[in-house]
Design a protein around this ligand. Structure first.
Ligand SMILES: Nc1nc2c([nH]c(=O)n2[C@H]2C[C@H](O)[C@@H](COP(=O)(O)OP(=O)(O)OP(=O)(O)O)O2)c(=O)[nH]1
Length: 152
């Protein structure tokens, strides 16, 4: 039997949570793009034949003109927008070479973990933002302890 309910198109996307000095690089989507004005993790759609990690390295080179090491996955979340269902997988990343450069975002910013939830994130990002803010805080605490131990 036919149904009026259509399955939304699945759009597989990867996002990079680039961590440096206890802050995370966040990007605000530019005018003219879908979800303009929302904050996101830099990245983009996975192309045919790519692994998620390959897609993320390519997207970061294209979008931020720098190279990252793709570390552990954070989570995979889905959200149905009016243009389709985005499945976002977010990875912790570290800079390998180059400096993130603004090309297509409205702005990019290194954000303190405690401040990340105050930004207006794209709906599919909320789970990753919550998790990442805790993970980074944990790493920061450990590195602070290490620093204190070295000073004694
Ligand atoms: N890169 C990225 N995209 C995200 C995030 N959250 C989220 O909803 N998206 C959406 C926005 C886009 O619809 C899609 C990512 O595709 P893309 O980055 O290649 O899209 P695009 O701006 O080049 O093209 P378009 O969607 O405007 O056609 O996923 C996120 O954290 N990072």
């Amino acid at each position: 039997m036919d149904s009026d309910v259509q399955t939304p198109k699945l759009i597989r996307v990867v996002g990079a949570a680039i961590v440096r000095d206890g802050t995370v690089l966040c990007g605000q989507r530019g005018h003219g793009k879908s979800l303009a004005g929302y904050w996101e993790f830099p990245g983009g759609k996975i192309e045919a034949g790519e692994t998620p990690r390959q897609a993320l390295q390519r997207e970061i080179e294209e979008e931020l003109l720098c190279e990252v090491n793709v570390d552990s996955p954070v989570c995979t979340s889905r959200y149905t927008y009016d243009f389709g269902m985005v499945e976002l997988t977010t990875f912790l990343c570290h800079l390998v070479s180059g400096e993130p450069t603004l090309t297509e975002h409205e702005q990019i910013a290194w954000v303190e973990p405690s401040q990340m939830p105050t930004l207006n994130w794209a709906p599919v990002d909320h789970e990753a933002v919550e998790r990442i803010s805790h993970m980074v805080l944990h790493i920061r605490k450990k590195s602070v302890s290490r620093t204190i131990l070295q000073m004694i």
